[in-house]
Design a protein around this ligand. Structure first.
Ligand code: AMP
Ligand code: MG
Length: 410
């Protein structure tokens, strides 16, 4: 077993994974999906010159000297609600009542808000006046939005690999894109293994524990943007592990993720079964928590074997599983962003890249971190109490109180 840094191990995994195929989806189904195409604007935005206020469209030159004490009186020649196509062209001394978002009429180059006129009546259904007194000048372009000021036709506005956010969907709609080419969601087959594992609702038996990893990992997988294909818990036997792996093949999984059974114990059959129909590497990754990480493939489906201890499984997923799903799912960036936090107390480490459970809180604009309870890899409670993982780099044995480290918020 070679000793790899976390980055090397992750890069080795990523280098062997390829994005899944794409599909065209209706825009309404694209939230959180990954764009498989760059999006260039087919039209300008805004689509046309329009008003950003309720008021009166004017020729700025007509109102240069307008003041409350000497209002400028204009003839109102049109009423332009949002959505209408103005047919008038303003001549000198003329105005049109106009609503927010409505298209500017020909000849108008500014909008005077209603509150700067004698017609400050915004009750629904109020007809436009025949004449309006303007109390303030308006510079050319004031309170208007020019066609193309936000986006020019042809401009690339979203890039391939982008996870679509709500605001992206809004922009796609503005651009008239009703169907979007996205990556399919990767299909992740998930199974736990171990003779000690009971279903969550089974009566307890001496020496047995409940399978917690499959619930935690299924939720992590979904949150990372993939489908979970939940398989039954595999027993510590060749036949049972093989049945799980065969099921993953039958379900056309893009990745098989398992927890436990990949140590070097006498009952760890996963390696043997995988190698009977594929290949498997065991890596000793220079991290904590984290036993050896298993990576390989079974009948050409990539396989990641996470440790069995619940916290190790969680962190293994965050460090390797999430990146793998990102790559399979076509995401532009596979590795999570970290933030900087200040350690409230001294933290001792053993020189491995360590992922420690911590509570991070803000005090006077500073993010302060404090470890939550016992950091044993079986103690899920301290992970539940944490809202962050502190990342102590390899080679560091002590972080003095007051120093900053990187953290992932959970
Ligand atoms: P193993 O990798 O099989 O040696 O398992 C390491 C530790 O993780 C043992 O204490 C197991 O009981 C525990 N463990 C394994 N799988 C699960 C699971 N699905 N849920 C909770 N604990 C587990
Ligand atoms: Mg086991």
């Amino acid at each position: 077993m070679s000793l790899l840094s976390v980055n090397e191990a992750r890069e080795r995994i990523l280098s062997q994974l390829h994005p899944v195929t794409t599909e065209a989806l209706p825009l309404a189904e694209c939230a959180n999906r990954v764009l498989a195409q760059g999006i260039a604007a087919a039209n300008d935005l805004p689509l046309f010159d329009n008003s950003s206020m309720d008021g009166f469209a004017v020729r700025a030159a007509d109102v240069v000297n307008a003041a409350a004490t000497s209002p400028r009186s204009l003839r109102v020649v049109a009423d332009i609600p949002a959505g209408s196509h103005p047919t008038v062209s303003l001549a000198q001394g003329e105005a049109a009542r106009i609503m927010t978002g409505a298209q500017l009429p020909e000849g108008a180059d500014a909008v005077v808000p209603v509150e700067d006129t004698d017609f400050d009546n915004r009750d629904a259904g109020t007809p436009a006046p025949n004449e309006v007194q303007i109390f303030k000048p308006a510079k050319p372009a004031a309170n208007t939005r020019a066609r193309g000021m936000d986006i020019r036709a042809g401009e690339v506005v979203l890039h391939k690999g982008r996870v679509l956010k709500p605001q992206d969907l809004g922009l796609l709609a503005m651009l008239g894109i009703a169907r979007v080419i996205v990556f399919q969601k990767p299909r992740i087959a998930l199974f736990s293994s171990g003779d000690e594992l009971l279903e969550v609702d089974a009566p307890l038996e001496s020496g047995k524990i409940r399978d917690s990893n499959s619930y935690m990992l299924a939720s992590l997988i979904e949150g990372a943007g993939a489908y979970v294909l939940r398989l039954r818990v595999a027993k510590d036997s060749h036949a049972s592990v093989k049945a799980s792996l065969e099921k993953a093949v039958e379900l056309r999984a893009d990745l098989i993720l398992s927890s436990a059974g990949v140590s070097v114990g006498a009952f760890d059959f996963v390696k043997e079964v995988i190698e009977s129909n594929g290949r498997m590497d065991f890596w000793r990754v220079n991290m904590r928590p984290g036993k050896p990480l298993a990576f390989g493939e079974y009948k050409n489906i990539p396989f990641v074997g996470l440790p069995g201890n619940p916290v190790s499984a969680f962190i293994g997923f965050e460090v390797f599983g999430r990146a793998a799903i990102g790559r399979l799912g076509g995401m532009g960036t596979a590795v999570r962003q970290s933030i900087r936090v200040r350690c409230e107390e001294q933290i001792d480490s053993d020189g491995r890249e360590s992922y420690l459970r911590a509570g991070v809180r803000e005090e006077s604009g500073v993010l302060i971190a404090r470890l939550t309870g016992n950091q044993g890899s079986g103690n899920l409670h301290s992970l539940v109490q944490a809202n962050a993982l502190l990342i102590i780099p390899a080679g560091v044995k002590c972080v003095p109180a007051g120093e900053e480290v990187n953290a992932w918020l959970l």
